[in-house]
Design a protein around this ligand. Sequence first.
Ligand SMILES: CC(=O)N[C@H]1[C@@H](OP(=O)(O)OP(=O)(O)OC[C@H]2O[C@@H](n3ccc(=O)[nH]c3=O)[C@H](O)[C@@H]2O)O[C@H](CO)[C@@H](O)[C@@H]1O[C@H](C)C(=O)N[C@@H](C)C(=O)N[C@H](CCC(=O)O)C(=O)O
Ligand SMILES: Nc1ncnc2c1ncn2[C@@H]1O[C@H](COP(=O)(O)OP(=O)(O)OP(=O)(O)O)[C@@H](O)[C@H]1O
Length: 465
Amino acid sequence: MNVKIDSRKIEKGDTFVALRGIDHDGHAYIRQAIENGAAKIICEEGSYEVETCIVEDTRAYLVNYLKDTYYDKISKLKLIGITGTNGKTTSAFLLHQMLNKLGRKCGYIGTIGFYVGEKIRSLANTTPDIYDLYAILLQCLSLGCEYVVMEVSSQGLANHRVETLQFDYAVFTNLTQDHLDFHKTMERYALAKQELFRMLKPSGKAIINYDDSYKHYFLLEENENVTFGFTGGDFNVALDAADKEHTEFSVQCPAFTQNFSTNLIGTYNIYNLMASVVILTLEQFDSATIAQAAAALTLPKGRTECIHTGNNLIMVDYAHTPDAMSKVLTAARALTSGSIYVVFGCTGERDRDKRAKMSAIACKHADYVIMTHDDPHYEDQAQIYHDMTSGLSYDNYEIVHDRKDAIRKGISLLDTDDILLILGKGHEEFIVCRDKRIPFNDMNVARQCLSERRTPTAARICQSA
Ligand SMILES: CC(=O)N[C@H]1[C@@H](OP(=O)(O)OP(=O)(O)OC[C@H]2O[C@@H](n3ccc(=O)[nH]c3=O)[C@H](O)[C@@H]2O)O[C@H](CO)[C@@H](O)[C@@H]1O[C@H](C)C(=O)N[C@@H](C)C(=O)N[C@H](CCC(=O)O)C(=O)O
Ligand SMILES: Nc1ncnc2c1ncn2[C@@H]1O[C@H](COP(=O)(O)OP(=O)(O)OP(=O)(O)O)[C@@H](O)[C@H]1O
């Protein structure tokens, strides 16, 4: 595309469209765009030495341009949008994986990046803005994709990032507290997500978690709705058996009754897998083929990612909402008769109201909790700890300010069969503190702390040899 919205990416002869964003205004970068070689500027005001076209609303101009120029092409893709508080990345990543396994080339767009089988690149947002989105969808087409599954965040919907797109499937995973700093109330949060269900193609289908108490926001009369759940729904699930390595469940629907055995653990991951089971069924795959594809799956990076060390398990997980914490702690409890330790912190400048809830859940379900920092952004860390601990009616916790020290402390507490959960940052590679991005990955740090712990022993063995 030689029409661009980022001055830093302008090459000689390009057209620059100056967009007014939330924090930045593209009009401030017109000079830079011209210096980089822009031959034409589309903006709302100003006069420049290159060809300039003044329009009333640059964003509306861009949206129409993308739609008129590329929509016919990208509408050939089967587009699946997944929304909900938790499980978007996992559900989308599993579906992308299963479609590719079954020989249907599929792209994935979401929190962990842009993938077509392999990772192609990281993304700044879970749901990229319309310009990036069109570019990615065009790339999916050129890579031969038939399907694209994307996470659609509530901020993405509220900020019109998926404008003009029409979906073949819209999936609702669940709704629990998060992002209330942005939406203010659960009602507005639900309504923001509901928008996805008004963006279906005429032949599109809505796939909805029947067990979620907010399902009514997503079961719109005008849509063809297909539900799944343990308590009912068109695809009714029953848990048959579960151990540390496998989960067995069965699904009953009008078309079939099928047993599944998967390497995924935690009931919440069965919910995540069910979105794929339903969509693959609607795409005419037979149930035995779907069950076969579900037998061995890889979870996205940072979701229940494990280090097995002696009799202990160290698990890094992206749980950063009260519901996710409760789900992952329940799953861990089922895996051991030993103690459970948790290291976690709360993000700064995000939903303050969930902090105390997360602490209460951690202290209730774990034996001992080490609170530390997450990404403070520009917020005072002392304020974050205050929000995490005020009114807390438990005393099985301590605060260890440095996240690496907290992880080291968690590891030092492990005794036979104990589990350490390091929560909140999952796949992330940085700690964001003020304007700094400090390299930090929970999994790498846990490995480093483990090897430090082993080194003295190894040294003793070497000395005595
Ligand atoms: C507060 C917020 O939502 N900000 C989003 C917003 O930024 P913005 O409006 O300030 O715009 P901008 O893109 O930085 O700048 C405006 C224009 O100036 C241009 N520009 C800018 C700089 C420059 O040097 N040259 C230049 O030309 C930009 O290319 C753009 O055209 O638009 C950008 C482009 O879409 C987003 O990347 C950015 O998301 C920020 C990074 C963010 O953190 N957003 C969070 C709240 C978010 O959206 N999160 C959800 C996930 C939630 C979840 O599920 O957990 C998400 O979907 O990612
Ligand atoms: N279906 C689910 N219900 C509740 N919790 C879940 C579910 N699936 C995953 N989780 C928990 O939530 C965490 C985040 O999962 P995932 O990344 O799939 O969700 P997400 O909706 O993409 O989150 P985000 O929007 O913040 O990126 C996981 O690490 C796990 O602890």
